[in-house]
Design a protein around this ligand. Structure first.
Ligand SMILES: [Zn+2]
Length: 91
């Protein structure tokens, strides 16, 4: 019997869909701001998000909950990062 352990499956805090880590961006809480962690190497509590699910996650206050923030964290840095990702995807 093989108990399949899917440790690499992550859940997006925006749409709450599970997927492989490749499509998801890791974010961490850094001094009251949400900071992107594309290499997934930073210590501390992280959350996973599809870059396109940023708005949904914000509306749901998913960052506050997922990162155990005491107040709504600042999303400026993350938003700029995601915008740059979209820009570099353009032809
Ligand atoms: Zn998502």
């Amino acid at each position: 019997m093989s108990a399949a352990r899917t440790l690499s499956v992550r859940m997006c805090i925006g749409c709450r869909e599970r997927g492989s880590p490749e499509g998801l961006l890791r974010v961490v809480l850094d001094a009251g701001a949400v900071s992107p962690d594309p290499q997934a190497t930073r210590p501390g509590r992280g959350a996973w998000l599809h870059p396109g699910c940023l708005e949904v996650a914000e509306r749901r206050k998913a960052f506050t909950r997922a990162l155990r923030a005491t107040a709504a964290p600042d999303l400026t840095v993350l938003r700029e990062f995601v915008e740059r990702m979209h820009t570099s995807e353009a032809p």
